[in-house]
Design a protein around this ligand. Structure first.
Ligand SMILES: [Zn+2]
Length: 885
């Protein structure tokens, strides 16, 4: 049918006649895509990993022009026709490829007619690459020992252009009609459900079956997805919203999909309620891909995940993995509205997309898994975590102007996700939950199927705040939030009480890790301040918000309680049990990393051991008192810390347990039904510690994978080659991705330099059994081990070109961990020399490298200022303790 319109053209030479502005990466705006018909036949045959494609794009002509400009990358276009929908074909003058911009330009001999719909048709060959982007292939080992291949997609941010020619910008929304060829025994899935009886075309290949999918809603190219695999699915029974909800996985991991299926469907319903808009598609698929670059991708109606963020095996996967699955699933489902239904106009507003999803993911999990207490954990996992990076001068504003793909890839970082989430949470608090939710719902309803920028959201929230009386009429959200999104860093508040007047003076200044920068910043913020007396902490009403303005350094607040009563400022940042401990161990670890290679480490270790011993006795491996989710996380935190500073009891316990695991084969996936019973959450909550207390001490810990990780890592650090080989064998034998990833982290815990060196080399050899997607996990974990740090730096320097070729952007982004953790002038000079030598080669890792450099400068300054003082203090304390214990 379509072949009637095609004109065969000869193979074009890439040539550029007119100078194109290479700094402007944006497509011209005279054409607006309306509808894509895409037909793809991927060949998954060794020696021929290619895709034969046909595309027909209907466009509106908004302005007259003689060129059609769209995106292609690594695609061989064989035939092109530009015509009116009803037949007239425009004569083509020539084709121009602007490789720097991924532009494919069709120059016509006469201008396109304004106001009419036209159609662009192309036949092409693209690659089914192994690069984890675009349309790519992934492999896994089936139970019968054969290697199976699947084909999948990852288009965000700029990779759809590798799969088919398209207008690859988020604002160019269109409807997609997708058709995929596959062989018998495979399934094809895409954003939309399959049409039952697809039409066969004369160009269809014999031996291939073609699946046609229903036309999509209007959406951006980066959200298009399709997967061809021999996977199977597990369907949710929850159907009150008429959305078919399925989890897909390789057949031998299908038993690990129950958890995601259960919470996924419930979280989807929670967000329908939260956003007050029905899920717009008839189905939602989620699929676990064996090779995957990011954590997960929110493709509309077909979310793709790395196996570790979707698959959970009760009794085998750690609880921390379960929590991560819940959060990632919730994050991607939140995007189905915030991001997919209303999409950023351009990547500059990526932070809004990611920050929002990174905040409401906690609300989704809190709703379906209240026992996890994720809202409390937000304080360490997001807020405190991002402050470390944001305290550097090389940090960046949340909202950054970006243009080329390297710059775009670079902003998928902790600032966009973590700081974005943190300031959105702050807004939720000062506006009150009800106003915030209504404002967001209005924003989504008014702009659905369209694009927006941050000012659009600010407008809807301001209107709602004024309507509800939760935001003073004289203020608007844009003024407040611009100080948080356009400026780098964050303020530290100093509060001075004036007891006689029952008042307090609050002042602000920017916080820097390196105090040498302290006087250099003119930045001021609009800051909501709340306070309460300690007696009144449990009062459920929102405390009044006092605003510290951007125009003033300080403000007085009055009506504080009497002078004998303590006052808590920033009420919503207070925390309980796990959270303060986690913040403490985070800071202890920093101190440890500063002292570890200095002569004072002995004093440091002695002091820390002394303080950790009683805590270890209470919460450590011999303790039987805890078992709730949060306590379990707290325990592994404490055990990990106690063993890492070599508290003797901890070391003995982990050695003993490691032997038990290995002897019984329990470090692998095989685990019997009894153990699964004891791992059951409900059982534990009902029975508390008592049921566990009756068990043998080794059995009790059998079921807790987070503890197991702490145990194995520390046992490996205390052991040698034998222990390492035992863990490696378990890694190879495991069928659970979360378990495999834990093994990879554990293997980096050894102190044997030669083993670490072997391990680094294995990470970049695909025959070694380590997947390409996991190579940077190995490299960064070896680098974070103090014994592997310099080794990794040497490894990176001597294999620079190979690592860049093999791992690309993921290697560049891992450079932060490789270069981190240094604190002497000599090391700083060495880093500077390295950065100079590779100037301009860091690509997506540019900012991570700058941050590592600045952190090292701050560390050197910190050591100059504090090292001798702390060392003296530690030795005094140790002397006092020697007398008192
Ligand atoms: Zn996201």
């Amino acid at each position: 049918m379509w072949s009637l319109f095609l004109t065969i053209l000869s193979v074009w030479q890439a040539r550029r006649v007119f100078a194109t502005d290479l700094n402007n990466v944006r497509l011209p705006t005279h054409l607006k895509p309306v509808n894509y018909q895409i037909s793809l036949t991927p060949f998954m045959i060794p020696g021929n990993f290619t895709v034969s494609g046909y595309i027909s794009i209907v466009v509106d002509v908004l302005e007259s022009s003689t060129n059609v400009t769209l995106h292609t990358k690594d695609i061989l276009v064989k035939e092109v026709v530009v015509g009116q929908v009803l037949g007239y074909k425009y004569p083509i003058d020539r084709i121009e490829l602007v490789e720097e911009l991924d532009f494919f330009v069709i120059h016509l001999q006469e201008p396109l007619k304004i106001g009419e719909q036209h159609v662009i048709r192309m036949r092409f060959i693209s690659k089914l690459s192994d690069g984890l982007h675009g349309f790519y292939r992934s492999q896994y080992l089936a139970d019968d020992g054969t290697i199976r291949t699947l084909a999948t997609t990852q288009f965000e941010p700029t990779h759809a252009r590798k799969a088919f020619p398209c207008f690859d910008e988020p604002q160019m929304k269109a409807k997609f009609n997708i058709r995929i060829g596959r062989t018998a025994g495979m399934h094809a899935i895409s954003n939309m459900p399959k049409i039952q009886n697809p039409i066969r075309y004369s160009s269809d290949l014999p031996g291939y079956i073609y699946d046609q999918f229903e036309e999509s809603v209007p959406m951006s190219t980066y959200l298009v997805a399709f997967v061809i695999s021999d996977f199977e699915f597990n369907e949710s029974e929850l159907r009150q919203n008429n959305v078919t909800f399925r989890i897909w996985a390789r057949k031998n991991a299908l038993d690990q999909t129950d958890y995601a299926r259960g919470i996924g469907a419930r979280i989807l319903q929670y967000f329908e309620h939260y956003f007050d808009i029905d899920f717009p598609l008839p189905k939602q698929d989620m699929i676990a891909i064996p090779d995957f670059s990011a954590g997960a991708m929110e493709n509309w109606g077909l979310i793709t995940y790395r196996e570790t963020t979707l698959l959970y095996k009760r009794g085998v996967s750690p609880r921390s993995a379960k929590q991560r699955i819940a959060l990632v699933v919730s994050h991607e489902l939140a995007h189905q509205w915030f991001g997919n239904l209303v999409t950023p106009k351009w990547w500059t507003d990526l932070w809004l997309n990611e920050g929002f999803a990174s905040y409401v993911e906690y609300l989704g999990v809190e709703a379906v898994e209240p026992n996890m207490k994720v809202m409390e954990q937000f304080i360490t996992s997001e807020l405190q975590n991002v402050m470390r990076v944001d305290a550097l001068t090389s940090s960046h504003p949340v909202s950054v102007k970006v243009s080329n793909p390297d710059e775009i890839a670079q902003i998928f970082d902790r600032i966009s996700y973590g700081k974005g989430a943190t300031i959105i949470r702050m807004m939720d608090h000062f506006l009150t939950e009800n106003t915030f939710r209504k404002g967001v719902a209005n924003y989504l309803r008014h702009l659905q199927y369209k694009n927006a920028d941050q000012d659009d959201l600010w407008r809807f929230l301001t209107e709602q705040g004024h309507a509800d009386g939760t935001l003073p009429e004289s203020m608007n959200i844009k003024t407040i939030m611009d100080t948080w999104t356009l400026q780098t860093g964050f303020p530290v508040l100093n509060v001075k009480r004036d007891y006689s007047r029952r008042a307090a003076n609050i002042s602000q200044e920017r916080f820097f890790l390196n105090k040498l920068h302290q006087n250099g910043s003119p930045f001021k913020w609009w800051i909501p301040v709340t306070y309460r007396s300690c007696n009144n902490m449990k009062n459920p009403a929102h405390p009044d918000v006092h605003w510290l303005s951007q125009d003033h350094d300080w403000k007085m607040v009055f009506d504080l309680p009497e002078s004998d009563q303590p006052v808590v400022f920033n009420v919503r940042q207070t925390e309980q049990s796990l959270v303060p401990w986690r913040s403490a161990t985070m800071s202890f670890r920093y101190l440890k990393s500063m002292f570890q290679r200095t002569p004072a480490y002995g004093e440091f270790q002695k002091f820390m051991k002394h303080t950790a011993r009683p805590v270890y006795r209470q919460h450590g491996l011999r303790s039987m008192i805890h078992n709730a989710h949060e306590d379990s996380l707290l325990r592994s935190e404490i055990i990990d810390w106690a063993c890492s500073i070599e508290v003797e009891e901890c070391c003995n316990n982990v050695r003993e347990l490691f032997d038990v695991y290995v002897r019984s084969g329990r470090d692998q996936d095989g685990i019997n039904e009894n153990e699964i019973e004891t791992a059951d959450e409900d059982f534990k909550e009902e029975e508390g510690g008592e049921a566990i207390a009756e068990m043998d001490f080794t059995e009790a810990h059998e079921v807790d994978m987070d503890l197991k990780k702490a145990i194995m890592c520390n046992a490996l650090a205390l052991g040698g080659e034998k222990e390492w080989n035992q863990v490696w064998a378990s890694y190879l034998a495991s069928n659970v991705a979360a378990q495999k990833q834990y093994h990879l982290r554990i293997l980096a815990c050894t102190k044997e330099i030669w083993i670490l060196n072997k391990y680094l080399n294995m990470s970049v050899n695909p025959q070694s059994g380590i997947r390409k997607q996991d190579a940077t996990l190995v490299i960064s974990n070896v680098a974070r081990n103090v014994h592997g740090r310099d080794l990794t730096f040497d490894f990176v320097r001597s294999h620079w070109n190979h690592l860049k070729d093999y791992l690309g952007g993921r290697f560049e982004r891992a450079l932060g961990s490789v270069l981190g953790g240094r604190n002497t002038q000599l090391e700083l000079d060495e880093l500077r020399a390295f950065v100079k030598m590779h100037e301009g080669e860091f690509g997506a890792g540019q900012r991570a490298v700058e941050q590592a450099l600045e952190t090292t400068e701050a560390n050197v300054h910190w050591m100059d200022t504090h090292y001798y003082y702390i060392t003296d203090w530690l030795s005094q304390q140790n002397q006092i303790q020697a007398f008192t214990t």
